[in-house]
Every structure is written in C-alpha cells, then in structure tokens.
Write a protein that binds this ligand. Structure first.
Ligand SMILES: NC(=O)C1=CN([C@@H]2O[C@H](COP(=O)(O)OP(=O)(O)OC[C@H]3O[C@@H](n4cnc5c(N)ncnc54)[C@H](O)[C@@H]3O)[C@@H](O)[C@H]2O)C=CC1
Ligand code: BAL
Length: 501
C-alpha cells in the first residue's frame, strides 16, 4: 500500500502531489493478491514518473464482491436518488477545489498542455459529475394505461455491479463520463483505467472517500487489458460493461459477454470523422474550428476531424491559411507545462511508433506531406502537426484511424459527391460541416452517417448531449438522459387491483 510523491516545479504548477499506487477496493488501498507493478512514464520526456500496482483476475473478484455488498447494503435501492445526487455534487466540488493538482497530473502523465487540462479537461470532468448529480433523483419509470382492475407501471432499476474500462486520451473526462451516470442511477462500479495514465484516477479515489461514498461503491483495479480488462468483461457477476477504446478491443468485450453472462455492453470506439468545408463558409471561423476538430489533444480524439474535404472554389486559399495555422501549432509544440504550449507529446512510445508508421505509409503511397511529417525534438513522443494532400480514398491514412496529429485533405465539387465520400467509412462517430447557407449545413448534417454532427464548430461535446457512434464506432450512447437508459433496466410491475378468478 505505497504512495508516491510527485514533485512539480514550474511556472504553471509548483508543489508536491502524493498519490497512492495500490488498488482501491472497498474504500481501502490494498496490494494486489499477486504483487506486480507497471511503470508510469512522462510522455514529454520518456522518463519514469512512478510505479503503480497492477492487479489480476483475483483482484477483480475481490472488487466485485465489495461492489456487490455495497449494492445490496448501502447503495442501489438503499440510498435514495437525492442522497446519491448530493454525494456526486460534493465530489464535483472537491474536484473543483483540487483542479490544479488534477490538471498537473493530467499534464504530467498524459502530456496535455497544462493550460488546456485546467481550462477544458477538468471543467468538463466537473461539469459531467455535477450534471449527473442533478439527474440522480429524477430517474423514474412510467404509469402505463391498462384497465380499471390493474395498476401498471415501470421502474428503471440499476444493473448492480457495472464494469468500466477506459483509455488514456482523456483520463479524467472518460472517468467522469462513466462514473456520473452509473452512480446517479444506483449502480456500483469496478473500474479499470489505462495502465499508461492511472495517476489522476488514483488521486480521484481519495475524493471518493472524502465525499462520503460508502465503501465498495467505487472500486479501481488497475492493470493490463488482457488480464484485468478481460476479467471484467468475462465476470459472471458484472451485468453491464461500458468501454471506451479501440474497435478491436470493443469486439473482444462483446465476444466475452456472449460467451459468459450476456452482460449488456456499451462501446465507444474509433472514428475517421469527415470535416466538410463549403465555399460559402465563414473562412476565418472555419479555419479555427477545423484546426480544433483535427488537432485538439494532439489528434488523440475519437471524434477528430481527420478527413478534411474542401470545396474547389476555396481550396487554395484555405490550404494556404490552414498551413500557416498548423505551422504556428508546430511552433507551439513542447513542454506541456509551458504556458505557450498548445501541442504536447503523444501518450506513449507505442502510439508514437504507430503514428509515425502511418506517416511513412502516407509517403510511400504517394501522398504529399504538405507540412509536418516528422518527430518534433529529440526526447519524448512529440510529432509535428501534419497535413497530407494528394491523397486518395484507398490510402491507409484516409481509411484507418491514426489517432495522432495527421490530417488528410481532399478537394470536392458538389454536395452530393462530398456526402458520399464523407460516409465512405466503416466508422460513424462524428462529422463537421461548415457553410453559411443554413439549409445546406443542416441538410448535410442530417445526411452524415454519424452519432454526432457539428455545424460550424469543432469538438464542442457537452454533458447533456448524447455521444456515441453509428456503424463500427460503437454501441449505445453516453451523456445526457440517453446514458441513464444504458445504466438502468426496465421492470414492468403489474398490480391486480380487482380482477378475480
Ligand atoms: N475511442 C477512443 O477514445 C479511443 C480509441 N483508441 C484507439 O485504439 C488504438 C489503440 O490504442 P490502445 O491503447 O491500444 O487501445 P485499447 O483499446 O487497447 O485500450 C483501451 C482500454 O482497453 C483496455 N484493454 C486492452 N485490451 C483489453 C482486453 N482484451 N479486454 C478488456 N480491456 C482491454 C486497455 O488496457 C485500456 O484500458 C488507438 O490508436 C486508437 O485508434 C484508443 C484509446 C481511446
Ligand atoms: N473518446 C471520447 C472523447 C474523444 O476521444 O474525443
């Protein structure tokens, strides 16, 4: 049950942050049954920050037992929604109190520019927890019209113990997206965060205790996907799993459900989102939003607008100005704690290698590197913001999710042609359209085969609006009232009030 103390000393954040490195089960810090650790690395330097405990199937079993007990004795139907809501609101307040420390951990561990972690990731996290705190006492069923001799109604009941497996690109945001609706609706949680970015989630566990959540309501079992992740997916007493990550692993989780207890699975997976820019757009705004849609979080976003379609009349001017902006982003690449930094490192050596592999593939297949295309600096996992032109639909860089700062730009003539090209992908998570012609913008937004469409903006995700994918981008929806439905099951209650036999 160790702790590590992380010292940070720079203009953006100065202080020491202590983080427990064990597993968090039943509101206690414990060692794994079979002690093992994984190194956590600073992606800006490639150097080790800390070692954390990693668990196994045995620890998942222990956590599930704690979560089951909590569900039956102190949460679920035992704690009214208004009490659950109060705890979530208190949790949000505590996150707000500690916002700087959380932003610093996100920055150090995930490579996010500190200023962005503090003004975007953490406020989004807090807003999400607060939003679901507000929902906790508003989840209810319906009275159904039946007959004079029957009272018929439905209850929206929690599943019990839910498993949650989340990735590294937005460690705290992804945690909030999962925790908020699950706890608001009365479920208890066994969570696994990415082994690469566990620090902020470990810190979060301290606030779970401080806010007053009963033991066993939230449990964190860190570890690898093939051990802890798989054990969660296969567990017979976990009745729902929510996952964010690759389509490959999403399929494995569905398969594990099919082979075990048919647990409900919601999946938030990959994307290859189109950005469609018409001649009649507001050029200045479109340039800024397109840059945001494409390069936010170093391109490590499932809704990144990576296939950029520009109408022929504006193509040359757009490319020239877009290149200048992306050049500026390249110049603002560096130490995530530097206040001038807008673009940090990729999260890991593995992701760095994968993205550089895609860049090599683009070059080999005949695309032109318009700007970027190389690593930035000599240490850490930095990649220059990159634009490819002269691309064709069959190229890997146009078809596959790169999950890095690599855009593929194409020219189009007509609305019909671009809708077909935009939808020519197995993915369907998000899409962007830019036009000052409202009719056209809305027509195209409706024609996109995607779970979200943004008209004249970048990645403006919010807690109240549903988030999820068409096609291979996922199953189910997070956010808003829609997420509540994925964390509750409906019970029909038939009460005989007079029918005699
Ligand atoms: N939709 C999204 O937001 C994300 C998409 N991705 C995509 O996935 C690609 C690969 O990134 P990875 O980190 O390898 O993604 P991944 O899908 O392997 O990892 C996501 C989470 O799943 C866990 N996991 C891995 N194997 C598992 C298994 N067999 N059973 C249960 N859980 C498992 C991981 O430990 C992590 O917590 C990225 O390049 C990107 O294309 C990655 C992260 C987030
Ligand atoms: N995967 C959730 C949010 C994002 O990647 O943009």
């Amino acid at each position: 049950m160790s702790t590590t103390t992380i010292e940070i000393d720079n203009a953006a954040y100065t202080g020491s942050i202590s983080v427990h490195t064990g597993l968090f089960i039943d509101n206690k810090w414990v060692d794994p049954v079979e002690p093992d650790t994984a190194d956590v690395v600073n992606p800006a330097t490639g150097k080790k920050i800390a070692a954390i405990s990693v668990g196994s199937k045995k620890d998942v079993d222990i956590a599930v037992k704690a979560a089951q007990k909590a569900y039956k004795t102190s949460w679920g139907h035992k704690t009214p929604g208004r009490e659950r809501g109060k705890l979530l609101l208190r949790l949000a307040d505590l996150l707000e109190r500690d916002i700087d420390a959380f932003a610093a951990l996100e920055s150090l561990n995930a490579g996010k520019p500190f200023s962005i972690a503090k003004t975007q990731d953490m406020p989004g996290t807090i807003a999400h927890i607060r939003y679901y705190g507000g929902w906790a006492d508003k989840v209810h069923g319906k009275t159904i019209e039946s007959s004079e001799v029957k009272l018929a109604y439905t209850r929206h009941e929690p599943y019990g113990v839910v498993g949650q497996i989340i990735p590294w690109n937005f460690p705290m945001l992804m945690l909030a997206w999962k925790v908020g609706p699950a706890l608001a609706t009365g479920n208890t949680i066994v969570m696994k965060v990415s082994e690469m970015t566990p620090l902020s989630a470990l810190k979060f566990c301290e606030l779970v205790v401080e806010a007053g959540f009963p033991p066993g309501v939230f449990n964190l079992v860190n570890g690898y996907g093939t051990t802890v992740g798989q054990a969660i997916s296969e567990h017979m007493h976990i009745t729902k799993v929510a996952f964010t990550g690759s389509t490959l692993v999403g399929r494995k989780i569905l398969e594990a459900s099919a082979k075990t207890n048919l647990k409900v699975v919601t999946l938030e997976l990959g994307g290859k989102s189109p950005t469609v820019i018409f001649d009649d757009c507001n050029l200045d705004q479109t340039l800024k939003w397109t840059t945001h849609a494409m390069f936010a979080n170093m391109g490590q976003s499932c809704i990144a607008g990576t296939r950029i379609f520009i109408q022929e009349g504006i193509y040359d001017e757009f490319i020239q100005k877009f290149t200048a902006i992306v050049k500026g982003l390249g110049q603002a690449t560096g130490d995530p704690f530097d206040s001038n930094t807008q673009h940090g490192p990729q999260v890991s050596q593995t992701q760095f290698d994968r993205i550089m592999g895609y860049i090599a593939s683009g070059k080999e297949s005949g695309a032109t590197v318009h700007i970027g295309g190389e690593r930035h600096g000599t240490e850490g996992y930095f990649i220059q913001p990159t634009i490819f032109t002269d691309v064709t639909p069959d190229m890997k860089i146009v078809r596959e999710e790169i999950f890095g700062p690599v855009a593929a730009v194409m020219k189009f003539k007509t609305e019909e042609e671009v809708i077909e090209a935009a939808n020519a992908t197995d993915y369907g998570l998000s899409a962007y359209v830019f036009s000052e012609n409202v009719g056209r913008a809305i027509r195209v937004a409706h024609a996109f085969e995607s779970g979200s469409t943004f008209v004249n903006s970048g990645q403006l995700v919010e807690a109240g609006m549903p988030f999820g994918g068409y096609k291979s981008s996922g199953v189910g929806r997070e956010h808003g009232e829609y997420a509540l439905a994925t964390y509750t099951q409906v019970k029909a209650v038939h009460v005989n009030i007079g029918l005699l036999i």
